[in-house]
Ligand binder design. Structure first.
Ligand SMILES: *Cc1c(COP(=O)(O)O)cnc(C)c1O
Length: 462
């Protein structure tokens, strides 16, 4: 592509993005498409000859976008709603332009050092120890594999040579912990059977006493407990495990404590919600996903550990005698991960943090929590609905007072309207709807419209 052409199409793309973001409410959140519909519109083979950018951009507009779920829509409330904000969109373009591989300090000093700096800033925003070692992963799930590898390495440094041998390494988490724990256990060879799911209390928090009993039972049976995962903001209902009590057990039992705050951790940017991170500073590792609720587009997971030596011990293949005494800033990220290559993800987080500032970010977080609270109050005032879990953050779990089938039908009606997208979960064997606020463009008026939509679609008079 000639420089002039690049300039011209670049301007077109930016104009398209600006229009998309400005008029996104005119689009359905969920596309009205059937499986295979897009595939049927696309050629079965890649072009033999070069195609003009005008045609590629036209197909992007006319075929790809209409088949896309609009995650950046202010009425996207499924899973955990998130945001691709304008500063980060610009940073993503610059990231591609630099096209860095940050495997070594030398392969990109800027990538390596900006990652350390932005993650230290973020730790400060959350009130966490800023001497923790921070690194960026794509997802909390990838971080989770590193967590179990660390826990195993601390328990048995020979395991990196011998594998798990015949040892039964065990990991503990709440029954509401994210499924990454299971996937990580499968991946590192502990096996699914090594995951102990500890029951929760009436407010969906893990029960420390039962946790302690399960650890004792495993030790008595000759197994090797290595890790506890505590969650701040569970995926299903956003409950907060009693981390201080869990930390006491982890310290006494000498187990690796991982605190998963993928969603909920973001709230600590606001002093109002800082208390949810109580005890988190005692973790061996900690995760928060800026791509969930810190206005940064997918993907970017901030992973921290107080024990980078164990992390490096688990993953570095550089023999000690080849290690040069290097400046502490000159870390080689490839020594701390199973990944070799890494993209310059810190750039977008740096753009976002500077563009919003801590105060601006806290205001967004607080407004999202306020909107969730307002939604819950309006719904509860309509006798047909009940709120089924405490609201700690910006997630509301509710249900229509009726059968599971009626709730399923209500969700289907909301989502197929195109005017909002909600998801569901199952709590205490009941089908429950989830409404999460997390988009930078969502307003109180959007939430009021959503309440009217739901009230209109639910059976019976309000
Ligand atoms: C979303 C979520 C995860 C997984 O996040 P990925 O980055 O998509 O792997 C883990 N834990 C919790 C609590 C989550 O909400």
């Amino acid at each position: 592509m000639a420089p002039d052409e690049f300039r011209q199409h670049g301007h077109e793309v930016i104009d398209w993005i600006a229009d998309y973001l400005e008029t996104i409410r005119d689009r359905p959140v969920l596309p009205p498409v059937q499986p295979g519909e897009l595939t049927a519109q696309l050629p079965a083979h890649a072009p033999e000859e070069p195609e003009h950018m005008n045609r590629i951009l036209a197909d992007f507009r006319d075929r790809i976008v209409p088949a896309n779920t609009n995650w950046n829509h202010p009425a996207f409330h499924a899973y955990f709603a998130n945001s691709g904000t304008p500063p980060a969109i610009l940073a993503e373009a610059l990231c591609a332009a630099l096209n860095v591989n940050g495997m070594l300090w030398k392969s990109s000093p800027a990538c390596t050092e900006l990652e350390q700096v932005t993650l230290r800033w973020l730790a400060q925003w959350l009130g966490l120890p800023d001497e923790w070692f921070g690194m960026i992963h794509d997802t909390a799930s990838t971080a989770g594999v590193h967590v179990l590898a660390c826990a195993r390495h601390r328990a048995d440094p020979l395991s990196r040579f011998a594998g798990n041998a015949d040892r039964a390494f065990i990991v503990y988490c709440s029954e509401l912990a994210h499924s990454f724990v299971d996937k990580a256990a499968m991946t590192v060879g502990f096996g699914l059977a090594a995951v102990r799911r500890v029951p929760v209390d009436r407010t969906f928090r893990v029960r420390p006493q039962v946790l302690a009993e399960m650890i004792a039972a495993d030790r008595a049976a000759g197994r090797t407990p290595v890790c506890i995962v505590a969650t701040i903001g569970t995926t299903s209902v956003a409950s907060v495990d009693p981390v201080p009590e869990v930390a006491v057990i982890a310290e006494r039992e000498r187990l690796w404590l991982h605190v998963d705050a993928a969603y909920g951790g973001a709230a600590a940017v606001s002093q109002k919600y800082r208390h949810h991170l109580a005890g988190a500073a005692r973790a061996d590792s900690f995760v928060v996903n800026p791509h969930k609720w810190l206005l940064t587009p997918s993907d970017l997971c901030a992973f921290y550990t107080r024990d980078p030596e164990t992390l490096r011990g688990a993953f570095s293949l550089v023999p000690e005698y080849l290690r040069t005494a290097q400046h502490p800033s000159a870390v080689n990220m490839m020594d701390y991960s199973f990944q070799l290559g890494r993209r310059f993800r810190a750039l977008k987080l740096w753009f976002v943090m500077r563009s919003y500032g801590r105060r601006g970010m806290a205001e967004v977080i607080e407004s999202h929590c306020d909107m969730a609270g307002g939604f819950a109050r309006r719904l509860a005032a309509d006798g047909r609905f009940e709120i089924v879990a405490p609201i700690e953050f910006s997630l509301v779990c509710f249900r229509y007072r009726g059968s599971d089938d009626e709730n399923r039908a209500l969700l289907e009606a909301i989502n197929s309207s195109g005017r909002a997208f909600l998801s569901h979960t199952v709590i205490e064997d009941r089908y429950v709807l989830r409404m999460a606020v997390g988009n930078w463009q969502t307003t109180a008026e959007d939430i009021a419209r959503l309440c009217v939509l739901i009230a209109g679609l639910a059976p019976g008079p309000s």
